[in-house]
Design a binder for this molecule. Structure first.
Ligand code: GLA
Length: 380
């Protein structure tokens, strides 16, 4: 893919490009906890976006997207939100400009194999790859964390998704065969090996693209914030759901809309679940870890309501199978993938079982990706 992207660039723009590889991510556990100051456990994967990019000596940015064979351009004088995929690139450029980094015109080809809207963070990969490319081309000297924060700000201000930091962080900090435990409050993080050679991480794409994903995501975030406000009246020291306990939530239950209560309950449980889960992983107790993944799914489905019948079906199929340690919906939800930890030598049996049952029930084929854990954004 790298070679093809490079060739396409040379053909379109007639010069040698810089190449940047920018991965998607998985998250083992800790969903919808990042914007609540909790913990997450992501890793970068082998699905990626590839940029071929070079400066063009003008005031114009020209991009070609391989996935839809579409060209788009924008002038650096007026970088404002615009419908379509170019918005993600514009968000990065505008954020850099806003932070005082000067950007000059560039040409690029963007290619990739991260399925869009599947919960694998194709948008963070587009953002992180471009920040790293521009950092290299203009010599800003940004740290990886600064790059992640720039990507996040771009996502907030251009597509308008009020995401947490997990996706951009994992995209830029991934390390081969390591998962990362990130404290989303302090931004401290720790790597540890995902050392289970007998298991594979299998992603089952429901092929459901929920059109409400971004608006409902922002609603979830607001619901968490309104829960915090109520708790704060009794416990002013509580700054986010990270600081809240279940008993604090019970104290304000009567005054909260039922949905807000449910959302907060899920998040408080999930933040503590990640702590337990990390310990289990470190002790090599993958089956116990997997049970917590099922608990997360239950919470995401019933309390946080970001699942859908197709995802619930995929997880219930997983739970019937002995070769699966755990499974759950992954990422923002409302469609996309489930993550499954599957015994390596049974992966084929498992995927054909999933394919046939899903096809029988929903008359469509799920895509299934057996992933590996890889490095974060790499500037070649
Ligand atoms: C999306 C967001 C992340 C995170 C997840 C849910 O991927 O971009 O910040 O909130 O949803 O865990």
């Amino acid at each position: 893919m790298i070679q093809k992207t490079k060739e396409q660039f040379v053909e379109l723009f007639g010069k040698e490009p810089l190449i940047v590889v920018s991965p998607g991510r998985i998250n083992l556990i800790g969903e919808h906890t990042d914007y609540n100051d909790g913990f997450v456990l992501p890793a970068a994967i082998d699905k990626k976006i590839v940029y071929a990019i070079a400066l063009n000596g003008t005031n114009q940015c020209n991009a070609f997207a391989e996935f839809n064979q579409e060209k788009a351009s924008f002038s650096l004088d007026a970088v404002v939100p615009t419908p379509g995929w170019i918005n993600y690139l514009m968000g990065v450029v505008a954020t850099l400009q806003q932070r005082g980094y000067s950007v000059a015109g560039f040409d690029c080809v963007v290619a990739g194999d991260i399925p869009v809207g599947a919960g694998l963070s194709s948008s963070a990969a587009v953002e992180g790859g471009l920040v790293a490319a521009l950092d290299k081309l203009f010599g800003y000297g940004l740290s990886r964390m600064e790059m992640a924060l720039i990507g996040q700000q771009a996502e907030h201000t251009f597509p308008g998704v009020m995401c947490g930091i997990m996706d951009q962080f994992a995209n830029l900090h991934g390390k081969k065969d390591q998962v990362i435990r990130l404290d989303c409050r302090s931004l401290d993080y720790e790597y540890f090996p995902f050392a289970f050679p007998g298991y594979k991480v299998v992603l089952c794409n429901s092929m459901v693209h929920h059109s409400l994903a971004s608006s409902e995501y922002n609603v979830r975030r607001q619901q968490c914030e309104s829960g915090v406000k109520a708790i704060q009246r009794l416990h002013p020291e509580v700054k986010s759901l990270r600081d809240a306990s279940k008993s604090m939530l019970e104290e304000v239950k009567e005054e909260l809309p039922a949905k807000v209560y449910d959302r907060c309950l899920y998040v408080i449980d999930e933040i503590s679940r990640v702590q337990t889960a990390t310990g289990l992983l470190q002790q090599g107790k993958l089956n116990e870890f997997g049970k917590l993944m099922y608990e997360t799914h239950e919470g995401l489905s019933k309390l946080y309501e970001v699942s859908c019948p197709e995802l619930d079906f995929l997880v219930s199929l997983a739970s019937e199978r002995e070769e699966v340690a755990g499974a759950r919906v992954m990422g923002g939800g409302f469609g996309g993938c489930t993550i499954n930890l599957v015994e390596a030598d049974k992966v084929e049996d498992y995927t054909s079982f999933i394919r046939s049952r899903y096809q029988e029930r929903y008359k469509k084929d799920p895509e299934i990706y057996v992933t590996t854990i890889e490095n974060g954004v790499t500037v070649l």
